[in-house]
Design a protein around this ligand. Structure first.
Ligand code: GRG
Length: 303
């Protein structure tokens, strides 16, 4: 049973990676044509980085769980991954986490330079809007659904979500946070976009409000679980496994679930959150086999 779930998560991630990478590669080529020189190259470099595509997989699985069938939904997943990519480019900058390695390759500012990576990061935000607009057309989404998806994605990526969480995270460096404040950081900087991936999949499938609510609740729990697992991996994984510098949280004196609770209790909390996530789907009668497998993967992965 556990093996079946693991296989199903791996299959879904592989499919999400193939679909999303194809779209993002096409955008990378198009953008390096539109924007000559290093800026275009840096955009294509950032978009081509080999991410796990967890957010894309969650979006596809959420979409299918409530009856969506069009392959064009991969464009919405690519838009979410574009916002995520922007956040990684900026997160690695010297003024934030100051890292040299991402997805097993030099970070964008190390491969190019800080000014180019900064511009490329900003440019990725309107690129995400273009990727989303193209997907909405291919999916023949009604304007109201596109409006809801765009509002939710960019709210989750903004001050109420990812940017706000990162802001709190940077301010908290060197300080010990209480667990409730740490939860706010994690829900914002990481959880908001993961939650949005699940909500967006449901809206794209034109799901009933109760189904959208259940997938949103699932995404909230799994989004927090993802960052708790990330805290554990940062403390226990190697740079080779992670594709980014391991042990960075301790170096930056960040409060994490590991610094507050310790490795074992942090891992147990990630697994509890994943189970709670699945509980929301069960309560609402949403078919969650693939989502359950992804939730399990998120808290047991090694990269
Ligand atoms: C202006 C304050 C301000 C912020 C700008 C930089 C930024 C916005 C937000 C940072 C958000 C961030 C990077 C949070 C960490 C999320 C996280 C755990 C990333 C790693 O995700 P994975 O493991 O990465 O899915 P891959 O490479 O597989 O896609």
């Amino acid at each position: 049973m556990a093996d079946t779930a693991a296989r199903s998560a791996v299959d879904l991630l592989t499919e999400a990676r193939e679909l999303t990478d194809h779209i993002l590669d096409q955008w990378g080529r198009r953008l390096s044509g539109e924007l000559a020189g290093r800026d275009g190259e840096a955009l294509a470099y950032a978009l081509a980085t080999p991410g796990k595509r967890v957010r894309a997989a969650l979006l596809l699985a959420s979409y299918r769980a409530v009856g969506g069938t069009s392959p064009a939904v991969a464009g919405v997943a690519a838009a979410v991954e574009t916002v995520h990519t922007y956040s990684l480019v900026h997160d690695d900058l010297p003024c934030m986490d100051d890292d040299d390695l991402r997805r097993g390759r030099p970070t964008t500012h190390r491969r190019f330079d800080v000014a180019t990576a900064t511009r490329a990061g900003y440019l990725l935000v309107p690129v995400a809007a273009r990727v989303l607009a193209a997907a909405a057309e291919a999916l023949e989404l009604p304007p109201a659904a596109l409006g809801r998806i765009a509002a939710d994605l960019f709210r989750a990526g903004g001050i109420e979500g990812m940017v706000g969480g990162q802001w709190l995270d940077l301010e908290a460096e060197g300080r010990t946070l209480a667990l409730k404040d740490l939860i706010a950081v994690h829900r914002g900087k990481t959880g908001a976009l993961i939650r949005a991936a699940c909500t967006l999949g449901a809206i794209a499938a034109r799901a009933e409000p109760a189904e959208v609510a259940a997938l949103t609740a699932f995404g909230e729990e799994v989004g927090l679980a993802f960052q708790v697992a990330d805290d554990v991996l940062d403390a226990t994984g190697t740079s080779e496994e992670l594709g980014k510098t391991a042990g960075r949280d301790a170096e930056l004196a960040k409060s994490t679930y590991v610094s507050v609770l310790g490795v074992g209790p942090a891992q147990a909390e990630a697994e509890r959150l994943a189970r709670r996530a699945v509980g929301h789907l069960e309560e609402a009668g949403v078919a969650g086999g693939a989502l359950g497998a992804l939730a399990r993967y998120i808290v047991t992965r090694n990269s």
